[in-house]
Design a protein around this ligand. Structure first.
Ligand code: KE4
Length: 428
């Protein structure tokens, strides 16, 4: 594969955009080398600035669950754009996507749309604090909820890649109200409740973690968080920005049968346009402006263009009753193929998978939290990443990310990917 054009574009971008990218993980800092610039994408394939075709396994970090340039979404966008893109006034499409999302997700009565997952999670903890009258939050080391100050305390995703868990610019005043627990370790959560009695507004958790690679909740973990929140009158926030409308129609609440109090969304809900959202029962949402005192707002929140894209995407996911099963089967097939290829070359590895989220860890021990995820052999991951890229396979440029499977992938694409892993395994 040649990357001359991407290299030239990266030099030009770096002159005028910090690090040449608008989101750090794209800069390839965790794997080295020059970021690939995309010219266009269709279905399961990216076409980069040098004309290389790549099978895409990040799909814009989740949104492209049905493939790039998915026709119903594009058609909806084109039609809606002809009518204007944003008015700063209510439109019918916002009600339509709200009604549809609420019909798909258990245990919610209302939803507020924002413009990113960060905004959704930031607003959710403010609402939890306003509802409970308490100030502290519990998050989990390695979980990432966007770049709002309260979350950049040993965040996962990009922040871990940069090895600066507590980002400069986050004040001590903010940091003191964020308590850190260990993912899949209920005792670590219980201890925080005991040492901060009646001060904890909420627990925010990725119910299936995707920012340490993919890490499933161990049996009883989510139910244990539910019970702790009930016992201490705290709010349970599920950050389903990655998992919402991806792991099941009703997300993790449906998949694991545990209800949260506020659920955050992003990625898939926007069909590839900037949309975030948070949803809850009436009693919680009654505290949100303009109904109640908890303020939250946004110029482009609910803009009809993004709503039209999200609505077109959700409608397909709501009506195609086999899509989640197809996605899970393709991901399981990929899992088996990759593991067989790595094992054939005695490469120590562990693969985590839930539905259409999967991650490969070069570690002999099970990856169940941030500490075990960080023990992976990162040099081996770098070789793996670039080896696959050279074979036309694009996976997440960091070991601390999940891959996102799209239904546009064929079994031929999966076989091509497995064959590439077989070839790369020789050099690991
Ligand atoms: P955004 O603000 O990036 O839309 O969403 C933040 C967010 C919140 N919650 C979870 C569970 C998330 O995974 C994210 C964002 N995910 C990363 C990928 N790990 C986005 C990629 C990036 O930062 O460029």
């Amino acid at each position: 594969m040649k990357y001359q054009r991407s290299s030239q574009l990266f030099i030009a971008a770096s002159e005028v955009i910090p690090g040449g990218v608008n989101s750090p993980v794209r800069a390839f800092k965790a794997v080295g080398g020059t970021p690939v610039f995309v010219a266009k994408a269709k279905g399961a394939y990216l076409y980069d600035a040098d004309g290389n075709r790549l099978i895409d396994y990040i799909n814009s970090w989740g949104p492209m669950i049905l493939g790039h340039a998915f026709p119903p979404v594009i058609e909806a966008l084109v039609e809606k754009a002809k009518l204007g893109t944003s008015f700063g006034m209510p439109t019918e499409i916002e009600t339509q996507i709200a009604e549809l999302a609420i019909s798909m997700v258990p245990n919610v009565d209302q939803i507020r749309f924002v413009n990113s997952g960060t905004e959704a999670c930031m607003s959710a903890i403010r609402l939890a604090r306003g509802f409970s009258g308490k100030e502290k939050i519990i998050k989990f080391a390695g979980c990432y909820h966007g770049h709002s100050d309260s979350f950049l305390i040993q965040a996962g995703s990009g922040a871990v890649t940069f090895g600066s868990p507590n980002s400069p610019g986050v004040t001590k005043g903010t940091a003191k109200d964020t308590l850190l627990a260990v993912y899949n370790d209920l005792d670590s959560v219980t201890k925080l409740f005991e040492s901060n009695p009646s001060e904890i507004a909420c627990i925010i958790v990725e119910p299936v973690a995707g920012n340490m690679g993919c890490i499933p909740p161990q049996p009883g973990f989510l139910k244990g968080l539910r019970d702790l929140c009930d016992a201490h009158q705290s709010i349970l926030v599920f950050d389903e920005v990655m998992t919402g409308f991806r792991l099941a129609k009703g997300g993790v609440q449906e998949l694991y049968g545990v209800n949260a109090d506020i659920i955050c969304f992003g990625k898939v809900i926007g069909g590839g346009l900037p949309v975030g959202a948070f949803a809850a029962r009436h009693e919680v949402m009654a505290h949100l402006a303009p109904l109640g005192p908890v303020y939250q707002a946004g110029t482009l929140s609910g803009n009809p263009l993004a709503m039209a894209a999200g609505y077109a995407m959700l409608k397909v996911l709501d009506t195609d009753i086999e899509v989640f099963d197809r996605l899970a089967k393709k991901t399981a097939y990929l899992h088996q193929g990759i593991s067989k290829a790595l094992s054939a070359h005695q490469i120590p590895h562990t693969i985590n998978r839930v539905g259409s989220m999967i991650s490969v860890h070069f570690s002999e021990t099970p990856v169940v939290d941030f500490e075990t995820a960080a023990k992976g052999n990162n040099d081996r991951f770098k070789t793996f990443f670039h080896g696959l890229l050279n074979e036309g396979i694009y996976i997440a440029p960091s070991a601390f990310e999940s891959w996102f499977i799209t239904d546009a992938l064929t079994y031929h694409d999966l076989d091509k990917t497995i064959a590439a892993v077989e070839k790369v395994a020789k050099s690991l």
